[in-house]
Design a protein around this ligand. Structure first.
Ligand SMILES: [Zn+2]
Ligand SMILES: [Zn+2]
Length: 412
């Protein structure tokens, strides 16, 4: 296999600034690219705008207290429209005017969108739509100008991942049952197109790359799946690099890197500029597909050959059903998404070269559980907010680098 070396990898993200002073968790924060600012919404009921001063520190410029906790936010930097979801089900659509000396927030429309906490809000400028999902298991869309509700769709479970493709008007809705539903949204109606099933836990985050037409889904099952819609072959690639729930996903399209974070505080930067492979289906067999010894439920063969039945395992590379003895070795298989060492059969272990083992992701520890992540492409900065109630702005430092420390063996 031809190895594309050197691979663009990432150094440890450098911490630029910290923003503290929150009484509670910041549920969403985004970088304002041109003004070098940050907008935050928090469970502590505040909407704040922070602008960077000459000292390099962010200072509060706007401090607006709402009547309830702010659960989510969507900001459009070109128009400065800000939509904030509340835990009582409302969405405030507001406009931020005048940056430099004085910033003011004008609440323009309040949408009564949901019966409970708003989980995700998404402002779509091209359609003048505010899409949202709530604890009431409804996906709704409103006109951002008039505030009128245009339509609603009942989802199977609560939705914590929502993305929209402007070109085809498809909404991607990831829910707590683990599935992603694709909806075709019209002005006042919507219809279900298909569902993607691949996760064994809640879908916690979605990220859509309209350029490559690829959808990433993150889950509480610790995995990320890349659904290649543009490729039209039904390819779904798994990425296994987290030891805890995936909480947020961002795609840096200019470097083709996926940034993911999880509740154990780890940030993983994936090189998506490599040809990745799908993981094989696990094969069924009554005996080891290498040494032919029976598995423990195969009483007939155990009796005939006077052998004790063995436990079944599966090689992650070829998918064959093998016994423990024939799969005693472990390896990473980065191009199959296994950045941790996994069980492989002896023959697959021999076939994996050092080049094949070159990592395609880098791992960083932010020390605190991350609840939200935002990558801003024009500044190249990465923002995280965590359970420590602190916003951190980092530079991921894209460069050629490959000396990475891998986490130890996970489960098998
Ligand atoms: Zn065997
Ligand atoms: Zn194998």
């Amino acid at each position: 296999m031809a190895a594309e070396q050197p691979k663009p990898q990432t150094r440890k993200p450098v911490l630029l600034s910290k923003i503290e002073a929150f009484q509670d968790i910041v549920t969403t924060a985004v970088i304002i690219p041109k003004e070098d600012g940050v907008i935050s919404v928090s469970e502590d009921r505040t909407i704040r705008v922070w602008l960077k001063r000459d000292s390099g520190q962010y200072w509060p410029s706007v401090y607006q207290t709402m009547s309830n906790s702010c659960t989510c936010m969507s900001f459009n930097p070109e128009t400065r429209w800000l939509s904030v979801g509340m835990d009582t089900g409302g969405i405030s659509v507001m406009h931020l005017t005048q940056w430099s000396l004085c910033v003011c927030v004008c609440v323009c429309v309040v949408l009564s969108a949901h019966q409970g906490r708003v989980l995700v809000v998404l402002f779509v400028l091209e359609m003048e739509w505010v899409l949202s999902t709530g604890q009431d298991k409804n996906f709704t869309w409103h006109c951002s100008e008039s505030g009128q509700q245009l339509g609603t769709y009942r989802t199977a479970a609560c939705v914590s991942g929502l993305q929209f493709d402007v070109e085809t008007r498809h909404a991607f809705v990831g829910d707590q049952s683990g599935q992603v539903t694709i909806l075709k949204v019209e002005q006042d109606s919507c219809s279900m197109v298909t569902t993607f099933k691949g996760h064994t836990g809640n879908v916690t985050a979605l990220c859509w790359d309209p350029g490559q037409r690829v959808l990433f889904s993150g889950s509480s099952d610790n995995s990320i799946i890349m659904w290649d819609i543009g490729g039209r072959k039904g390819t779904a690639i798994e990425l296994q690099g987290h030891n805890d729930k995936v909480q947020g996903l961002c795609f840096a399209s200019h470097t083709r890197q996926l940034i993911s974070c999880s509740s154990d505080g780890s940030i993983v930067i994936w090189n998506m500029d490599v040809t990745r492979q799908e993981t094989p289906e696990w094969l069924d067999s009554d005996s080891c597909q290498k040494c032919e010894q029976p598995f423990f439920w195969n009483f007939k063969q155990m009796w005939d050959s006077k052998k004790i039945g063995l436990r079944q395992h599966h090689c992650r590379k070829c998918g064959q059903a093998v016994c423990g003895k024939c799969s005693s070795k472990r390896s990473t298989i980065p191009l199959m998404g296994f950045e941790f060492e996994v069980r492989v059969c002896d023959s697959c272990h021999e076939s994996i070269t050092e080049e094949d083992r070159a990592p395609t992701a880098s791992f960083h520890d932010s020390k605190h559980s991350i609840v939200h992540i935002h990558y801003e492409a024009t500044t190249g900065n990465l923002l995280t907010s965590g359970t420590d109630k602190v916003i951190k702005v980092r530079v991921p430092q894209f460069s050629h680098y490959s000396a990475l420390v891998l986490p130890s063996i996970r489960n098998h």
